[in-house]
Design a protein around this ligand. Structure first.
Ligand SMILES: [Zn+2]
Length: 111
């Protein structure tokens, strides 16, 4: 019994919106510097009616967004058939497999 009905279309729309937010912020500050401030991204759980805001550092989201199967969701918004890949107090990263970025990989090597 699926507790959460994930709407893939809504989810992808959220992802595009989040990517736009990231791009917007990058343009406002600098074209080459990714914002290291936490940004208010939309929860990508895909649940109908979900309007949660998830705070994540912009450069970390950029890493997450490289994988089309990994999504940023609010705590407790993981669907039954998904795995929690990373968990912090403020957000979860969920995906179908455990191959996705580990928390360590979310921190790019300092230049
Ligand atoms: Zn959600």
């Amino acid at each position: 019994m699926a507790a959460i009905d994930v709407d893939e279309t809504a989810r992808r729309r959220k992802r595009r919106g989040n990517e736009a937010l990231l791009g917007q912020t990058a343009n406002e500050s600098s074209l080459t510097t990714v914002n290291d401030e936490p940004l208010g991204f939309s929860c990508e759980c895909g649940r109908v009616g979900c309007s949660e805001t998830v705070w994540m550092v912009g450069s970390h989201f950029q890493q997450v967004a490289r994988s089309e199967s990994v999504y940023l969701v609010a705590p407790g918004h993981c669907a039954d058939d998904e795995h929690v890949i990373a968990s912090t107090g403020g957000y979860l990263l969920v995906g179908p497999e455990t191959h996705a970025p580990s928390p360590n990989n979310l921190h790019p090597t300092a230049a």
